[in-house]
Design a protein around this ligand. Structure first.
Ligand code: GAL
Length: 925
């Protein structure tokens, strides 16, 4: 309907009238003004509540002592030595699970999967394949489950919580997962006050993510559970809830060892919600907005709404929707800009019904990425009325935009070309572990945006919802990925064990949760899965996932990150847009670039680099001699970048494992083959685990280190991805007392096209970038202390300068907060960088002084770090060494307002302090 046809007038008593347009006349203007208020009134009248359940939990590790009841999800195959085959780096072993079927499994005495599987029934399309809950009460005899169990001795904490980030480090543990104790069983208990007024409501527990194999009980009764630790899921508490009484919620997690190739974290590491609705309500992830056509003049907005009837009677309801523009902070602005007319539907008891409607938004503000576009957003406010009464009001934020994947021209959003300047990232937040914190994630994205990044790949799993909210707000496009493996394992106890039973539910859950986000542009069904190499058998699995995705969202393509599928194999035929890992540009130095090969074999498919580079470096570390050309495979030989004694990698950004390459080589390939849609670099940020090539705690792949400090590599991307930003960056640092008189190559990254280098005022020559060259090199500079300065030019005009100076001995600390006012909400963070400098304030680039932090006022030290992958200092310690001149303290507000003072001190150095205001009125980040 068009808003001119009729309006919903919602009276104080919540009665809704649908009035034909002709009758409106004089009330039209008034109605327009009242529209927003009316929608708000409907919201206020709606019984829907979504309450955070993050506060006041009790937690303990391990099952009750002497517990005789097995709560193991399924039999775990005996270990075969941890990490499984990995394609080019291994054999690609088959799945070990006895092929599970989707039929109701025979009750097995010692495992509980037959209890858990029914939780996913709503996400199984074929009713015949759904599961039946066994009779009885699983776990009713386990002491921790029972109401009234005394959990006072358990740890008191708030969610989100990562039980492993506090360590202790496991010295001989697996570096691949970060040498932290993420595995094992953990129990969470919480008292839940449900007021008497909740009687008759539907009550749900929504978990954004818990690692892993969750089982839930309420008031001693088994409710349900979910295995995949990266999925968001819901269980229905209604049958077990006791309104007007104290309720006890219990969640058990069981995180298997050898279940991940990186640090997964452990615990309820994302937010948890209690959702209350009337029995007739919009279903879980029950709306689906699409914008089939959109231009600056007008857009069609299509909305499907699924309404559930949990009551025992037929429900006759009307479903109507109004659309409002949102401002940059996500607040509604002005009156409704469009409306979808009320549709009447009848829903049988216990059933769901979907209604579909559409409307036109005139002169829509389109959603698109910066800097060329703006991420404008809207919200659809859907009101369900029964007997004239608003029984539900449901908000669906969305954006209006069109996507096009052109095999020859690349990717277009709203008709404008966008090359993916993307990065892959894992989910951990460095020293804060996996526990989601919006500000920490926002900081990660802000630094990436500063670099010119416009695209994020959620490697290799569904992200926290906050990531998509932030990407919507910040205008980043997202490749939303589901799995790191299917039936072929990568580690002994990874997802391959449950793929057969759960891939449909997990895939549908991800798409339903995320499909209204304008930032999501494609669905990745898998990363480097072993099935790529299994001919038609593997392609059939891919096709099955592609079909599921198309059923849930026909508007976006599927993709997969293919490292070993060949252009003549069946696998790529089963996906829509072709992501190539490493093979696109050609691995290491010599293999043939596969971008043109895939392009020729699939002339109607879009091709891009789904995972690229994997360059390895440690911030501030440089080894000599320096590799030539596009670089070298990392190794111990001269010019191969490894500092074995210190387990560090050189930061000349020219070293990589044998399956990977350097930024320079990938840039050249992308430029040579302009049909390529862009790339997703492995990785934007360092992450816990996978410390290739050493046995450390965290990776070397990041462009930004684990503490958030930029490595040199940041600037080669910035130079290439932000050609209009005036910048130049010199490497290495210029404090080499042991290299006087020695050849010390100087490289410069600049968005200019030529540059002149000066040492102590003396020109070392002016150089110009050749075609397919992305750095300027002065490889024969003889080191002498002093000042090294570069002047960059673009089109013959001076463009940017940079300089580095030889530092004296460390003399003083300085401290700088990224935000000096934070919100006094117990969650907001300020990231304080402490720099070790000489007496003149020049950063001491090799300084590793121990720094002690003291804090006063309404704040606490949430974590400390220095970005050194080899550091095994505790992230919670108030003492931390600097790494190559820098150290980080992460300050979290408590709930009080006032000044927080952080003092940094170090023996023999002048200390530093910084003041951060905690304010109750500061908007949340
Ligand atoms: C890729 C893989 C990533 C990471 C990376 C390291 O093959 O997809 O998860 O392991 O290698 O280079």
């Amino acid at each position: 309907m068009s808003p001119n046809n009729y309006f919903h007038l919602i009276c104080r008593n919540k009665l809704s009238l649908i009035v034909p347009g002709a009758v409106l006349g004089a009330v039209l203007l008034l109605a327009l003004q009242n529209d927003r208020a009316a929608a708000q009134a409907a919201m206020a009248g709606s019984p829907r509540e979504r309450l955070s359940l993050d506060m006041d939990w009790r937690f303990t590790k391990g099952d009750p002592p002497g517990n005789q009841v097995s709560l193991l999800y399924d039999v775990r195959p005996a270990g075969r030595g941890g990490r499984g085959g990995r394609g080019r780096r291994g054999g690609g072993a088959p799945a070990d699970a006895a092929a599970p079927t989707n039929a109701t499994p025979a009750p097995a005495p010692d495992v509980i999967k037959q209890w858990i599987l029914p939780t996913g029934n709503d996400l199984i399309k074929d009713p015949a394949q759904r599961y039946t809950r066994p009779a009885g009460n699983l776990g009713g005899d386990v002491s921790y489950v029972q109401p009234g169990f005394d959990d006072n001795s358990w740890q008191h904490l708030n969610l989100p919580h990562d039980w492993a980030i506090t360590g202790p480090w496991i010295a001989n543990g697996d570096g691949g997962t970060g040498k932290l104790p993420f595995f094992g069983v953990g129990w969470y208990r919480k008292k839940l006050d449900l007021p008497r007024a909740d009687a008759g409501k539907s009550i749900f527990l929504d978990v954004d993510g818990a690692m892993a194999y969750s089982t839930v009980w309420l008031n001693g009764q088994f409710v349900g559970g979910w295995p995949y630790g990266y999925e968001s899921w819901r269980v229905d508490l209604t049958p077990f809830a006791k309104p007007g009484e104290n309720n006890e919620l219990v969640i058990r997690l069981d995180n298997p060892p050898t279940s991940s190739r990186w640090y997964p974290g452990g615990g309820i590491y994302r937010n948890v919600w209690l959702v209350k609705t009337a029995p007739v309500h919009v279903g879980h992830w029950g709306t689906y907005v699409t914008t089939p056509d959109a231009s600056a003049a007008s857009a069609t907005v299509n909305l499907k709404v699924t309404v559930d009837n949990s009551s025992k009677e037929n429900a006759q309801v009307s479903v109507a929707t109004e659309i409002f523009a949102l401002d940059a902070s996500g607040n509604k602005t002005g009156p409704a800009v469009a409306a979808i007319p009320a549709a009447s539907v009848q829903i049988a008891p216990g059933a769901s019904t979907m209604t579909e409607g559409k409307t036109t938004v005139a002169q829509p503000k389109l959603w698109g990425p910066y800097p060329a576009q703006k991420p404008n957003r809207y919200v659809a406010v859907t009101t369900v009325r029964q007997g004239g009464q608003a029984v539900d009001s449901y908000e669906t934020p969305f954006g209006i935009r069109t996507l096009k994947f052109d095999p020859n021209e690349g990717f277009f959003i709203n008709g404008q070309h966008l090359k993916f300047n993307g990065v892959c990232d894992h989910h951990d937040l460095g020293a804060l572990g996996s526990a989601i914190n919006r500000r920490a994630l926002q900081r990660q994205l802000e630094e990436l945006v500063e670099m010119g990044c416009n695209a994020i790949r959620t490697s290799h799993n569904p992200p926290a919802p906050e990531l998509l909210d932030l990407a919507d707000e910040m205008g980043l496009v997202v490749m939303d990925e589901a799995f790191d493996c299917w039936l072929q394992r990568k580690t002994d106890l990874d997802y391959h064990l449950i793929f057969a039973d759960w891939h449909e539910q997990d895939m549908r859950a991800q798409v339903r949760r995320d499909r209204n986000h304008p930032c999501v542009i494609m669905w990745s069904i898998g990363n480097e899965v072993g099935e790529q190499r299994q001919g038609e058998t593997g392609a059939a699995v891919a096709q099955n996932l592609t079909d599921i995705v198309h059923e849930e969202d026909p508007t976006r393509p599927t993709t997969a990150a293919e490292d070993s599928a060949t252009a003549d194999s069946p696998f790529p035929k089963a996906i829509d847009v072709l992501g190539l890992n490493y093979q696109g540009a050609g691995r290491a130095l010599s293999t043939t670039p596969q971008y043109p090969v895939f392009h020729a074999s699939f002339p109607t498919n879009f091709v891009y680099g789904s995972e690229t580079e994997s360059t390895i470096s440690s911030r501030g570390v440089y080894t000599f001699p320096v590799a030539k050309g596009f670089g070298a495979v990392a190794g111990t030989n001269a010019g191969a970048g490894q500092d074995d004694a210190n387990r560090q990698m050189s930061s000349y950004d020219l070293y990589f494992p044998n399956w990977a390459t350097s930024p320079d080589k990938e840039f050249a390939a992308q430029d040579r083959f302009p049909f390529v849609g862009g790339e997703f670099v492995w990785t934007g940020w360092d992450y816990l685990g996978e410390p290739t090539p050493f046995d450390s705690r965290s990776s070397y792949f990041g462009i930004i280190d684990l503490a958030g400090f930029k490595k040199d590599r940041f600037f080669i991307y910035q130079a290439h991805w932000r050609p209009d930003l005036k910048m130049a960056h010199i490497l290495p640092h210029w404090t080499w007392p042991d290299r006087v008189g020695q050849m010390t190559p100087v490289h410069v990254y600049t968005s200019g096209d030529e540059a002149e280098l000066f040492l102590n005022g003396q020109s070392l020559g002016r150089k110009q970038k050749a075609q397919y060259e992305y750095r300027l090199r002065w490889d024969d500079v003889v080191y002498r202390p002093g000042t090294l300065k570069v002047v960059a030019y673009k089109n013959g005009q001076e463009w940017a300068t940079d300089q580095v100076q030889t530092a004296g001995d460390p003399a003083a600390l300085s401290a700088k907060a990224d935000r000096t006012t934070i919100r006094a909400d117990g969650q907001d963070l300020s990231f304080v960088t402490v720099t070790v400098a000489d007496a003149k304030g020049v950063m001491a680039p090799r300084a590793d002084n121990s720094i002690h932090f003291d804090i006063t006022g309404p704040g606490e030290i949430a974590a400390t770090d220095n970005g050194d992958p080899t550091s095994f200092e505790s992230f919670q310690s108030h003492d931390h060494k600097a790494f190559n001149g820098l150290c980080l303290a992460i300050i979290r507000s408590t709930k009080g307002a006032g000044p927080i003072v952080l003092q940094a001190s170090s023996q023999g150095l002048q200390g530093a302090r910084v003041t951060i205001q905690a304010s109750a009125t500061q908007p949340a980040p």
